[in-house]
Write a protein that binds this ligand. Structure first.
Ligand SMILES: C[S@@+](CC[C@H](N)C(=O)[O-])C[C@H]1O[C@@H](n2cnc3c(N)ncnc32)[C@H](O)[C@@H]1O
Length: 238
């Protein structure tokens, strides 16, 4: 992998090679609530619980999410969990595959969720599992990278697309100060995010995402975790 200006922090997609050395996955999973994953209607269902982890990086959080969901839904609800982790960075996906302790239930694919072929691959996974939607779609610390690379409209499309294929949508958006850091690092490495200056969704981006999900996509926030160590809010929308 090549880095801009030899700086592994100056990345375009948030594809940090050592992400989990800095943002501990276990601490975030500890914040997750055990009882929001099912509605009262599907509590009796025995169907496989299907989840999508968007921007899975090297898979550390995906693996812990799997064990967490399995603990919540396995023995107590007699439900198997399956997760598809996807990431735009092929090297990270390779690492995720090497570290996969649950290959029967967790799989990884290298794809760009914004690309129609990439999205088609995700829909194919649903079809292979005889499903039209995932029980849960998780977007941990990925909205900013979509936003910086695809602008306001791209982020809106991203949220719409994922909303269309999810029962529960879990979003951990980056706050505005993270954008400033990403832009600064990129600039220091002699590059830029060309769409950044034109973003209309700025400053209070977490609330803007929430308003869009609630007012434009008809979702309702059902839970918000305590802030993460990086002061990010993990929000759950039905
Ligand atoms: C900051 S990391 C977050 C990793 C993980 N979700 C977590 O919170 O621990 C963001 C990840 O999103 C991936 N990513 C960014 N844009 C993407 C896209 N368009 N499609 C798929 N993955 C993407 C990056 O490669 C990176 O691994």
């Amino acid at each position: 992998m090549e880095y801009r200006n030899n700086d592994p922090g100056a990345v375009q997609y948030g594809n940090f090679i050592n992400y989990y050395k800095f943002n501990n996955a276990g601490q975030r999973v500890k914040l997750l609530p055990p009882d929001v994953w099912l509605t009262s209607e599907d509590i009796e269902s025995k169907e496989t619980y299907l989840a999508l982890d968007v921007g899975c990086n090297a898979g550390n959080l995906t693996q812990l999410l799997y064990t967490f969901l399995n603990k919540c839904l396995g023995v107590p609800r007699n439900r198997e969990t399956k997760i598809l982790g996807i990431d735009i960075d092929a090297d990270l996906v390779k690492r995720a595959e090497v570290g996969n302790e649950y290959p029967q239930n967790v799989s990884y694919s290298n794809l760009d969720i914004m690309d129609s072929e990439g999205f088609e691959h995700v829909k194919k996974y649903l079809r292979q599992n005889n499903r039209k939607t995932f029980d849960a779609v998780c977007c941990f610390s990925v909205t900013m990278w979509i936003h910086l690379n695809h602008g306001d409209e791209g982020l809106q499309q991203f949220l719409q697309k994922l909303s269309d294929i999810s029962e529960l949508l879990v979003v951990e958006p980056q706050p505005w100060k993270c954008y400033q850091t990403a832009v600064r690092r990129m600039k220091r490495a002699g590059d830029e995010f060309p769409l950044f200056a034109d973003l209309q969704w700025r400053t209070n981006v977490e609330n803007t995402i929430q308003d869009f999900l609630e007012n434009n996509l008809g979702r309702k926030k059902i839970f918000e975790c305590l802030p993460t160590r990086w002061q990010r809010r993990i929000c759950f929308y039905r």
